[in-house]
Structures are given as C-alpha cells and as structure tokens.
Design a protein around this ligand. Structure first.
Ligand code: DGL
Length: 274
C-alpha cells in the first residue's frame, strides 16, 4: 500500500552515504530522511558478502519497523551485495541502490580511459563486472581498488598529509593517464579535490545524483511523495555509540561535497549545487 507519510531511510557503512543524502535533500526537499551510518562495521569494502548482507538486513529491518516508506542503499558495496536479495525479501518496499556512474561517464566522453575508484568488494562483484561490460565496450575501464580510503575518510580530518599520501599510493600512477574518474564509493566525493590534487583536473562522476533522481521518480510513480509543502527533516543515527560520531555526520552534511580547506562562505544547512 502506498504510504506518503513515512520517512525515507538512507544507510551506508558510515558517513559516506551523506554524499548521496546531499542530492536527496536537494531534489526532494519536502521529504523526511533518517540517515543510518553503520560506522561500527566500517569498512564494508573489506568484509565478506555474507557479513555485508547480514548488516544490511538488520538495518533495513530496523528502519522499516520505525516507519520507513522507502530505502536508499547509499553504499556501492552494499548495493552490489545486498540490493537484489533485499528486494526479493521485501517486494513491496521501494529499495534504491547506488552504483558506480559508468553510464554517465561513458556517455559524457566515449572512447576514453576511465578510472573507477571503488572498494575491493564492489569491483569484484558481478554487478560491477556487468556494468563494465555494458558501458565499457567503447572505453577503457581501469579498476582501482582503494583499500583503506573509505576507512580513512570515515575518521574525518580531511586535510591530513597522510590522506594525500594514501591517495597518491592508491592512484598516483594514473596521473596523466586517464581522461575521467568514477568515484565508485560514496565516501570518495568528500575528497574529490584531494583526488584531483593527485590526478589532475579531469571530470569526476559519482552515482549520487542519479540515485536521488531514481528515488524521486519511483516515489512519484507510486504516489508516495510527501504532499506537504513544509521543509522535510533529516535525522542522523549510527551503530557506533561513541561521542562525536553524530556531530561528525552533521559536519559532513553541512560542509557539502568536495571539501577543500580554503576561506569560504559559510554554507547553508542544505548544501548548494555540487
Ligand atoms: N561507502 C561505501 C561504498 O559506497 C563503502 C565504504 C566501505 O565501508 O568500505 O562502497
């Protein structure tokens, strides 16, 4: 049964999914959102598929019990592993996942070298191999498993020299050798500028915008969009019960995407265009 009143539950292995939440809030300003970060189990990208499916089931079950009318899996890794199983198990619940933005990248500039940065699990799963096969026939797809990067971003402190060094070690060898970059993990848009410092000024693509558009069209089609004119709300939850975790989520939400430490105007609570 269509329900316009519930909230949209959004989850990730941690704060990365907030990069998708940015797009959702901008495109669906009258919806209420609950964001759940599974920071206690971060990083998913280095767990087994069975573990990830177990976490995802638990989180979705809790969000639904609380009143979620739809779920956004704001995690490429969890989408590859769990989206199909969750849709089978909960056929009446709209579940939208995020996937590496190979389609927009190849459409933007075909016949080019596209670097896909993602977690080791995302790149190993059939879903990505299928995407690469579908959209990569005219382009060269270069896979860069970025072990440790999501985990490092999860800690905050995005100015650290160690973060620059990590990105350099993971992808520095591709400098000058790729034409565009797909950020295939929802944590990575927060360090887009730091990645550009290493790879140069190439176009970047991520799945956040497309995911938010898909959520909007699916809910509109099923008559499930909130009809209120009032601004929606955003609440943050975490599996990691440590001081400062929810403040960090809020900080990432407020700072917008592509953090760079330069003097900048104070941002509004709802971030502006990326
Ligand atoms: N943010 C997640 C993704 O989009 C996963 C990061 C992780 O926990 O490894 O893949």
């Amino acid at each position: 049964m269509a329900d316009k009143g519930g909230f949209i539950g959004v989850f990730d292995s941690g704060l990365g999914g907030i990069s998708v939440l940015h797009h959702l809030v901008r495109q669906l300003p009258h919806e209420d959102f609950v964001f759940f970060g599974d920071s206690a189990h971060n990083p998913y990208g280095e767990k087994t598929p069975e573990q990830i499916l177990g976490y995802a089931r638990q989180i979705v079950g809790d969000l639904v019990d609380e009143g979620a009318k739809a779920i956004v899996i704001a995690c490429n890794t969890a989408t590859s592993v769990a989206a199909a199983a969750l849709r089978d198990e909960l056929p009446s619940l709209p579940i939208v996942g995020v996937e590496p933005a190979l389609k927009p990248a190849t459409e933007h500039d075909p016949h080019r070298r596209i670097l896909v940065m993602a977690t080791p699990v995302t790149l190993r799963m059939d879903k990505f191999q299928h995407l690469a096969h579908t959209y990569g026939s005219d382009s060269e797809i270069i896979e860069a498993p970025c072990e440790g990067l999501a985990q490092r971003i999860e800690q905050g402190e995005l100015d650290g020299a160690d973060l620059h060094e990590l990105i350099e070690n993971l992808v520095g060898r591709y400098r000058g050798g790729v034409d565009s970059v797909v950020l295939g993990c929802t944590h990575y848009p927060f360090v887009r500028h730091q990645i550009a410092d290493v790879l140069g000024d190439v176009p970047f693509f991520d799945g956040g915008d497309g995911t938010a558009r898909r959520v909007g069209s699916l809910l509109a089609k099923d008559g499930m969009l909130n009809e209120s004119d009032a601004p929606g709300t955003v609440a943050f939850r975490s599996s990691l019960h440590e001081p400062g975790v929810l403040d960090r989520y809020q900080q990432f939400f407020e700072m917008g995407l592509g953090y760079r430490r330069v003097p900048q105007k104070k941002r509004a609570t709802v971030p502006g265009p990326v």
